[in-house]
Design a protein around this ligand. Structure first.
Ligand code: PRX
Length: 658
């Protein structure tokens, strides 16, 4: 049994002040919110000053082209120089940049000097492969040292990088390679997934087949696959390329608004959006928030457990921590492989001080009981972070008590692929925490909760979360579709010039922000953003499916789980019948192949009809209400209200049978 304090629920306070010892030596003290609010541009300029600029900016913010923000106009810098060279110049070359651990247990410790050398070699290597400033490079890699090297090398030569999650399918990879028009794809021979070596190269070959703009596929040896499919002239081994390059590289500087990376995220259509982040403003926001929110100290061992392909890791593994010269852990594999205590073992092994995780993982650990973390020495921890979805108070307290020993502030960070870095989050030495709330806007950021007309909602009343002032990390556009960028985020409050986040929220009497759910057809499954429509398109591309509605049903561990309601092409024998000749399994496999395993529906329910408006639009909200046990939604616009009753019967039968 755990020897940690087990407070009964009722004794838990609603407000948790910063521990005095923590507050006394925190990077950020009181007063900063007000100071930043008094002059946000001066505040961000001060934070930009933490970076190394090759040419100073002329203007902090140019609002002439809003909502295409321009920050630090005229300024020039190199992101890789900021993340590497300047630490070497400051005599910190021997500091460990990465404690990397592979899923099978292999380990590498990489200093800033070593990382720098690898990045310099690859920068030359990319040049040899014809990659220049503005060219796109797609990375389809697991969490490897090479992934970090490749990201930095792209920044060094001014190439625009786009990381694609290794669990995505060939189709999903192909879409991103085609959409970016990448000239080089970097991939591995294989990947370790939950203890298994899985071939990857063939997936890449399938994804890039016929895409003539792909000149090279650079291959990192990871699993040692034999009989690797190989296209002579196009395919290049990473180790061969690097071996023949010089160890030093003179980096050019790039405009503050030069594109740095494209991160794809699900929107409300079937087509993922490639959000474009740029150089100076993004790095300022990433770097400062990493330092301030995680209270970074020289002796910290920081660990953000997100996969490098997610935006979380872009900002809080790659650009933020490296720009701050942090020492961090990067772990390749699944948190539960080979045993559920793997993360705690890693924390103990490296003396991790700062652990940035996701509520869904906390809830997974909770299922194993407090004995799980109690089996490890976690006394090195001094700060915990959470991201991806609102952390429910139960999970907050469990993390706080059983992982953090009751002494670590839990920094709940609200942000999005679009915002680039945290926008609502506590300052750990200053902000009293309220479990379940991401607390207050980050200094220099401004948010509001408003109704459809733009009026602020009273305390406790839900509304739309909007960002009401420019912030430096914001995405500048959707790659290749600026209209979509404007339409999606800026059109609803065009008059006010506000950014619509897509989340509902409320504020309490202390102005704390409480995030609700998405206001659009976006699902949040284990902190991963998925679009209902994208999944429905995948389902209806299967020959046995006529129509589909995908909703997120509440789930104790993953937040939401994907439930697909499908009308098969042949009429089902019985509504809700899950014994459907293998259709459910077939569809799950089909979605995994089209999108990726993360998108597999947990449940497939066969229905004979779906509720639709007169214009033929499926009313997902009503279906979602059923799965959440909420009734009473407005059904007046339905063509045929009996359709909803049919879905209800099918759902009830399905639940009874499962
Ligand atoms: O709904 C919010 C939820 O995740 C969405 C953003 O997803 P993505 O762009 O994939 O970025 C995730 C990592 C930054 C948001 O619109 N979300 C993220 N963090 C939180 C959150 N919801 C509540 N609290 C959070 N801390």
């Amino acid at each position: 049994m755990s020897d940690l304090p087990q407070h009964p629920r009722t004794e838990r306070p609603d407000v948790v002040p910063p521990p005095p010892a923590f507050a006394a030596r925190a990077n950020v003290g009181p007063g900063l919110h007000d100071r930043a609010a008094a002059d946000p541009f001066a505040f961000w300029a001060e934070q930009a000053g933490r970076l190394q600029w090759d040419r100073p900016w002329d203007e902090v913010f140019d609002d002439a082209r809003w909502p295409t923000a321009q920050w630090f106009t005229g300024g020039r810098l190199n992101v890789a120089v900021n993340c590497l060279d300047r630490h070497l110049a400051a005599g910190r070359g021997d500091v460990v940049a990465l404690h990397w651990e592979g899923e099978p247990g292999d380990r590498r410790t990489v200093t800033y000097a070593e990382l720098h050398e690898q990045v310099c070699r690859l920068a030359h290597g990319l040049t040899e492969l014809g990659v220049g400033p503005g060219d796109r490079v797609v990375l389809y890699l697991p969490v490897l040292v090479e992934t970090v090297v490749a990201t930095m090398a792209c920044a060094r030569v001014g190439a625009v990088v786009s990381l694609v999650f290794g669990g995505f399918s060939a189709d999903a990879l192909r879409f991103r390679v085609a959409d970016t028009g990448a000239t080089v794809v970097v991939a591995s021979d294989g990947q370790f997934r939950r203890g298994q070596a899985v071939p990857v190269k063939a997936v890449v070959d399938e994804a890039v087949a016929g895409l003539d703009h792909v000149e090279h596929v650079l291959v990192v040896r990871r699993t040692g696959e034999t009989d690797l499919p190989w296209t002579a002239g196009r395919d290049v081994w990473w180790h061969d390329l690097l071996e023949r390059q010089p160890a030093r590289h003179e980096a050019a500087s790039f405009d503050a608004e030069h594109p740095l990376f494209i991160v794809y995220t699900s929107g409300t259509t079937g087509r993922p959006k490639g959000l474009v982040h740029t150089t100076g403003g993004y790095l300022t926001h990433a770097s400062w928030t990493h330092w301030a929110l995680f209270d970074l100290r020289d002796d910290d061992v920081y660990w953000c457990q997100a996969d490098l392909a997610w935006v979380t890791a872009h900002t809080y593994v790659l650009y933020g921590p490296l720009s701050n010269g942090a020492t961090q852990v990067v772990y390749e594999g699944s948190p539960l492989t080979p045993h559920p205590g793997r993360h705690f073992e890693v924390i103990e092994r490296y003396g991790v001080t700062t652990y940035y995780t996701a509520p869904t993982l906390v809830r997974t650990f909770m299922k194993h009981g407090p004995e799980l973390p109690a089996g490890y020495d976690l006394t090195s921890l001094r700060l915990l972070g959470s991201v991806g979805e609102a952390i429910n108070p139960e999970a907050w307290w469990w993390l706080h008590e059983h992982v953090g020993g009751g002494r670590c502030p839990v920094v709940d960070t609200w942000w999005q692929s679009e915002t680039g870095a945290a926008v609502v989050a506590p300052l750990p030495g200053v902000t009293p925490l309220k479990p379940g709330s991401a607390t207050l806007p980050v200094p220099g950021c401004a948010v509001a909760v408003v109704d459809d007309a733009g009026a602020e909602t009273p305390p406790g009343v839900e509304g739309n979360l909007v960002i009401t002032a420019p912030w430096p990390g914001m995405a500048r556009t959707v790659w290749g579709d600026h209209d979509r960028f404007v339409r999606s985020y800026w059109a609803p409050y065009a008059e006010q010039g506000w950014y619509l986040a897509g989340d509902s929220a409320s504020r309490d009497a202390d102005r704390y922000v409480w995030i609700g759910g998405r206001i659009d057809d976006v699902l949040n499954v284990s902190g991963h953003r998925l679009s209902s429509i994208e999944l429905e398109s995948a389902l209806v591309s299967h020959p046995r499916v006529a129509e589909a509605a995908v909703v997120g049903a509440p789930d104790d561990v993953t937040g939401q789980r994907i439930v697909a309601f499908v009308i098969p092409r042949a009429v089902p024998t019985a509504e809700g019948d899950v014994d459907d000749g293998g259709l459910a399994e077939e569809l799950r496999a089909h979605v995994a192949a089209r999108v990726g395993a993360v998108a597999k529906p947990r449940e497939v329910v066969v229905v004979s009809d779906l509720p639709k408006t007169r214009s033929g639009k499926i009313m997902r909200r009503l279906v979602a209400d059923l799965t959440a046990g909420r009734g009473g939604g407005d059904t007046t616009s339905l063509t045929d209200p009996t359709a909803l009753a049919a879905v209800d019967r099918a759902w009830t039968a399905h639940r009874a049978g499962s």
